[in-house]
Design a protein around this ligand. Structure first.
Ligand code: NAP
Length: 404
C-alpha cells in the first residue's frame, strides 16, 4: 500500500478537506502538523518551494495541495494508486432531502430537516464549515463571543448529527433538476432526492493580475489562518478593505513583522469595530487609493508587488514576500447553471421563503445572498429552507403538513 504523508497546520480548512478525501476512501495517512514548528515549516518550504498547506506526498513524491488531490480523485488516479475498488453502478440511493454544503446555512438546514424526521443527507463539499472555517474567532454569532470558528462548526455538525443527519464528505459534481426525483452526482455515489437545499456558499475572488496564479502557494494566499505561519517575521501585503481583509490582517499580526494593507479607496469598507482595531495597529500600514497591477517573484516565491495609485496613476514597486488577497467572493453556482435561475452576478435567485425557480429546490446562505453574508443570516435562511422543504415533501406525498 502506498504511503501518504500530509503536512497541515491548525485552522486550515483545506487540510481538513484533504484529510476527508483520504478518509472517505479509507486511505491511511501520516499527518505532520507544522503549526508552531518553524523547523518543519522551513523543511517543507525547501522541499516543495511552497508556502501553503496542505502539502501531500504519496510514496515520497510531492503531489501538491488539496486541489491536486481532488484532481487525482476526479481522474480516477487516486483509486488506481490505492487499488480502491470501483463501486458498481447501482441505482442512485434515494433520499428525502439532500443538503449541499456545510457552512452555517447547510448545518442549520440539516438540523431543522433532521428534527422534522426527514433523515437528511448533508454533502459537505471541499471545505467543511465553508468560509467560516477560514475565520479565526467568532464574535458576532449570538452565544459565541471570541471562540474559534472551528469550535462553532464542530458544534453545528454534532448537533445536526445528533438529530439524525447523515454527513458525507464528498463534493457534488453534477445535478439534474429537470425531473422528480432530482439527481445529485458526487465523486462516489449518485443520489436521488425529493428535495434539495443548496448551501454551497461563495469562494474568494481573485485579483486576476499577472503573477497571481504563478505564485499561488509561493507567497500568494487567500487564507491567513492556514498560511500565516509561513510569514513569521516577514513583511506582507494584504489586498482589500472589507471585514475579511481587516480580520485576516489582524490575524496576520501574530506572525508578520509588518503588514501593508493595499486598498483601492481612501477608507475601509469594514465595520467600525474592526476599523478601530486596525487603524492604529503598530504593525499595520495603509496604502490607500492603490491597486495591485502585478505580482513579481523568482524561483523562491513572491518578491514584490507593482502598485498603481488610482488617483495619480503613479506606479511603485513594493518589496514583499507575501500577498494575501481578500477582495470579496463569488457564489459557488457553477454546477447549477442551466438548472435553476441565477442572477447576473451568478447568485441563485430565491423568493422570501428560499424557493428557487425549481419546485422543491431551495437555496440558503451566501449562494443566494449578496447583501448580508453573515454566519447568522445564513443560518436563518438555512432553517427557513428546511421548513419549506418539509412542507414541499408533505405536499408531494399528499400528507398534511404538521401544524397546518
Ligand atoms: P466585501 O465586503 O465585498 O469587501 C471586498 C473588499 O475588496 C472591498 O473593500 C472592495 O473594495 C475590495 N475589492 C473588491 N474587488 C477588488 C479588486 N478587484 N481590487 C481591489 N480591491 C477590490 O467582502 P468581504 O470583506 O469578504 O466580506 C463579505 C461579507 O462577509 C460582508 O458582508 C462582510 O460584512 C461579511 N463578513 C463579516 C465578518 C464579521 O462580521 N466578522 C467577517 C468577514 C466577512 P471597495 O470597498 O472599494 O468596494
Amino acid at each position: 500500500m502506498a504511503q501518504v504523508k500530509i503536512y497541515t497546520t491548525d485552522f486550515c480548512p483545506y487540510c481538513i478537506k484533504a484529510k476527508n478525501i483520504l478518509s472517505s476512501k479509507e486511505i491511511e495517512y501520516e499527518e505532520v502538523n507544522i503549526h508552531g514548528e518553524a523547523k518543519l515549516r522551513d523543511e517543507l518550504e525547501q522541499l516543495t518551494g511552497r508556502r501553503d498547506v496542505p502539502q501531500i506526498f504519496i510514496d515520497g513524491k510531492h503531489i501538491g495541495d488539496d486541489d491536486a488531490l481532488e484532481e487525482l480523485v476526479a481522474s480516477g488516479e487516486l483509486d488506481k494508486i490505492f487499488g480502491v475498488e470501483e463501486k458498481n453502478d447501482h441505482a442512485p440511493e434515494s433520499r428525502n432531502v439532500i443538503i449541499i454544503g456545510s457552512g452555517p446555512a447547510g448545518f442549520s438546514a440539516a438540523l431543522y430537516a433532521a428534527r422534522a424526521s426527514l433523515k437528511p443527507l448533508l454533502i459537505t463539499g471541499g471545505e467543511i464549515g465553508g468560509q467560516l472555517s477560514t475565520t479565526a474567532d467568532i464574535e458576532n454569532y449570538p452565544g459565541f463571543n471570541g471562540e474559534s470558528s472551528a469550535e462553532l462548526i464542530q458544534i453545528m455538525q454534532a448537533q445536526a448529527e445528533h438529530f439524525g443527519t447523515e454527513i458525507l464528505f464528498d463534493t457534488v459534481t453534477e445535478v439534474t433538476f429537470s425531473q422528480q426525483p432530482y439527481r445529485i452526482k458526487t465523486y462516489e455515489p449518485e443520489f436521488s432526492a425529493k428535495s434539495v437545499i443548496i448551501c454551497t456558499g461563495a469562494s474568494h475572488r481573485k485579483l486576476n493580475v499577472p503573477g497571481e496564479s504563478e505564485f499561488a502557494g509561493r507567497g500568494v494566499s487567500y487564507c491567513s489562518t492556514c498560511d500565516g505561519f509561513f510569514f513569521q517575521n516577514r513583511s506582507v501585503v494584504v489586498v482589500g478593505g472589507g471585514d475579511t481583509a481587516v480580520e485576516e490582517t489582524l490575524f496576520l499580526t501574530r506572525f508578520a513583522s509588518e503588514i501593508y494593507l493595499v486598498h483601492r479607496r481612501d477608507r475601509l469598507r469594514a465595520s467600525s469595530i474592526l476599523q478601530e482595531r486596525i487603524l492604529n495597529h503598530e504593525k499595520v500600514k495603509f496604502i490607500w487609493n492603490s491597486v495591485v497591477e502585478e505580482i513579481q517573484g523568482n524561483e523562491k516565491g513572491v518578491t514584490a508587488v507593482r502598485l498603481k495609485n488610482v488617483k495619480t496613476n503613479e506606479e511603485t514597486l513594493h518589496p514583499t514576500e507575501g500577498v494575501f488577497i481578500f477582495i470579496g467572493h463569488i457564489p459557488n453556482t457553477e454546477i447549477f447553471k442551466g438548472q435553476i435561475e441565477l442572477n447576473e452576478q451568478g447568485y441563485i435567485i430565491t423568493d422570501k421563503r428560499q424557493h428557487t425557480s425549481v419546485p422543491g429546490v431551495f437555496a440558503a446562505g451566501d449562494v443566494q445572498d449578496h447583501i448580508f453574508r453573515q454566519a447568522i443570516t445564513s443560518a436563518g435562511t438555512g432553517a427557513a429552507a428546511a421548513i419549506e422543504a418539509e412542507k414541499y415533501i408533505a405536499e408531494i406525498e399528499h400528507r398534511a403538513y404538521p401544524g397546518r
